[in-house]
Design a protein around this ligand. Sequence first.
Ligand code: CAO
Length: 530
Amino acid sequence: MSNIDIQVPDIGDFSDVPVIEIFVKVGDVVKAEDPLVSLESDKATMDVPAPRGGTVRSIAVKVGDKVSQGTVIMAFDNGVAAGPAAPAAAAKPSVSAPPSPVNAPTGLAEVRVPDIGDFKDVPVIEIFVKVGDAVKAEDPLVSLESDKATMDVPAPLSGVVKAIQIQVGDKVSEGSVILTLATGDATAATAAAPAAAPTAAAAPAAAATIGHVGSGVDEAAFALAYAGPAVRKLAREMSVNLGQIKGSGAHGRIVREDVLAFAKGGASAPAPAAAKPASAPAGGAGLDLLPWPKVDFAKFGPVERKELSRIKKISAANLHRNWVVIPHVTTHDEADITDLEAFRVQMNKELEKSGVKISMLPFMMKAAVAALKKFPEFNASLDGDALVLKNYWHIGFAADTPNGLMVPVIRDVDKKTVPDIAKEMGELAKLARDGKLKPDQMQGGTFTISSLGGIGGIYFTPIINAPEVSIMGVCKSYWKQVSSDGKQYQSRLILPLSLSWDHRVIDGAAAARFNVHFASVLADLRRVLF
Ligand code: CAO
């Protein structure tokens, strides 16, 4: 049986690219598309997939060898058993990132434009930093604006800006280098870059989001992890969170063995959750979950595949973390808003000429501030084993947008009038729907209201928007026959309330009291004065 040479396919403009990992050994049976070797240039990591199935007969390269398009990397037997040849497979590039800021390698990290969906050649409209600035992970670095959306690129790592490679007006696409960050010890000395500077794909602009999701791993940490496509694929299949792994490869790169060891609870596994402060994420390891089911849905009927929007991907990661880390409890109640609704209708008549229309939500924001002032632990965040109580009342509201859920924040609600809140809410909701909200318009919230009142439903379980510790979910008001003595009944307009709270911070009795007070303020707004 003759052998077939397997060559490096078209890898674009790259040549003399070092082999950094070999995934197979002589005798292995591989299928078409299985990754064979990983190559890493200073710009990208690429896996070379098998162009066909076969048994590996010999391997012509070793780690460290430099290869280009056409270099023979191994030979397969020419058997037919292992399946048909696939069409010539291209190397799969991925802009891979160094590890999370905590264990980022010391040196220089090139920050690149992350996945920005279908956008290409997007102009840079603003640069928020200058050389020498110290930035924290998630700080916005630059703003890009296409004809459809404005996107901020946040820092994927903490560090000091060493060089800026773009100017306002330059056009960039996914993978374009925007600046260089000195990370780790290099932030002090801005030391020389290591031979191969690690590259960092910035996560897309962080969006404050809430809702309901039950996906696998911490997507934000997964995206930042320094690993190649094959290792990422393996981690996905094993439901392993790459963000939790300390890589043993060059520059801290995560290799296949790290993932396998982690899955077995090996050296890279994080410390037990009990050793961490209450607010620290517990990590995904140790849950001993079954792998996510892989189903060929097309077997059962026609299907269509649609990628999640950028905002949905980010919100999924946030929601999943919040749902897994925070012990949620939801307490339901109802508010009698008969009188408030009459007042609202009257106020809207009076304000008709001003162009401001007031829904129930601005009143709920005022009621929330009253309840938060009475129960300060709801206006707080956990910091390790301490509670940070905030003496400001910035209220977020969930806004349904074509790209997914966003949470704009109205600052200092205690100091604003109801019409002012209504006006600002309308402006922020429009910015959210147009994809133009800036990160600072979604930051600093102390409590969130998620209102489905304009749509319907009775009760639901809102997911807490960490690091906040509670969230009010509201559904559509409805008329109900109410009696105080079981004999006389009256029609009252009832607003259903669903308060989710973090049981590490809040007790059930406090949550019930919060709801009762919130409802009593809505029933009689004069209580705001108390
Ligand atoms: N009961 C009855 N009617 C209500 C109501 C309630 N609780 N809340 C609002 N309404 C009415 C409004 O008065 C308005 O009626 P008119 O058209 O007759 O004036 C209508 O419903 C639509 O209101 P709205 O939704 O435009 O305004 P809002 O201020 O209540 O909400 C906003 C604004 C941005 C929060 C909302 O548009 C939105 O996006 N809601 C979805 C939030 C969401 O998705 N939450 C789920 C998060 S968890 O996954």
